[in-house]
Write a protein of this length. Structure first.
Length: 302
């Protein structure tokens, strides 16, 4: 019995000693505790610099930090902000100015160039392919507006590569090959714009004209340009017709005295008609709407 009491007394003394040690440890200043815990064990292997860095990084992220993913972070494609308006003298004058003004108002950086008497029939006079090569068209180009054809109702001057064995340089308007050569030229022009990276090429077909004989020629040229545009990956042919029955509106003429160049009023009506029929900048795939509050251009249905 005395032996059991003696064992019980020893156990109590040991428990009291442990309690006093824990209390003293808790009462030590935090700096002393940190210094004590920071000292490595004498029998522990020393860490190399690489291992030490890995251990510090592991402590920072915690043991359950996930492995970094190899998948690229999603990124939006850069928004295209450039537009080009290109063609004959109508682009140099009222029609080009009206289009340029609206594109700039919608936030595009616009480059406009119209060449007097230019077209696809007479590269000996003005080679539109060479002119187009000087225009700033690339991956940042949202749209290229093309307006040509009014000067093309005539004989075609053949490039050396287009001539047959006879070497004839001219192809008459009535020649059966005329439509074939003209369509091929238009197709190459439109495709070259797509190949340079433009998002879309808007082919504005020639407007209606007052003179009957010229209008009949334009009917043929519109058909050929439409066919060529449909063979180019980024091109869309857009009709500009609607004035044939009346070339004046509210006592204001829609054509100049020559009967085919547009007055400012005529250009505004044509441009509004183009917007309504094609929704060019509102719904065209790939073109981002830059107008405030996504408002459609004037004349477009909401």
């Amino acid at each position: 019995m005395r032996r059991l009491e003696w064992i019980f007394t020893c156990l109590c003394l040991l428990a009291c000693s442990a309690c006093r040690g824990a209390a003293e440890q808790h009462a030590r200043p935090a700096s002393e505790v940190a210094a004590a815990t920071a000292q490595p064990r004498r029998d522990a292997p020393a860490l190399s610099r690489t291992d030490a860095g890995s251990e510090i990084a592991a402590r920072a992220v915690g043991p359950s930090a996930p492995e970094p993913s190899d998948a690229p972070e999603p990124s939006d494609a850069p928004e295209r902000r450039e537009a080009v308006v290109f063609g004959s003298s109508s682009v140099k004058s009222s029609l080009g100015r009206v289009i340029e003004a609206d594109l700039e108002r919608w936030g595009f950086d616009v480059t406009r160039r119209g060449v007097v008497s230019a077209g696809l029939a007479r590269p000996d006079f003005c080679d539109l392919r060479e002119v187009l090569n000087t225009m700033p068209i690339g991956e940042e180009t949202a749209a290229v507006f093309v307006y040509v054809g009014m000067n093309d109702g005539q004989a075609i001057w053949l490039r050396p590569s287009e001539r047959d064995e006879s070497g004839e340089r001219w192809l008459a308007w009535q020649d059966p090959r005329w439509s074939e050569v003209y369509t091929r030229r238009a197709r190459r022009l439109f495709r070259s714009i797509c190949e340079r990276g433009a998002e879309r090429t808007i082919v504005l077909l020639p407007v209606a004209v007052e003179q009957g004989s010229l209008e009949r020629k334009m009917q043929r040229i519109r058909k050929l340009q439409r066919r060529a545009a449909r063979d180019a990956s980024c091109a869309t042919p857009v009709s500009t017709l609607g004035d044939r029955e009346a070339f004046a509106r509210d006592a204001k003429r829609l054509r100049l005295r020559d009967g085919f160049h547009l007055t400012t009023t005529g250009a505004e009506l044509v441009w509004r008609r183009v917007q309504e029929r094609a929704n060019l900048l509102l719904r065209a795939p790939g073109l981002r709407d830059s107008r405030p509050n996504n408002a459609p251009p004037p004349g477009l249905p909401r």
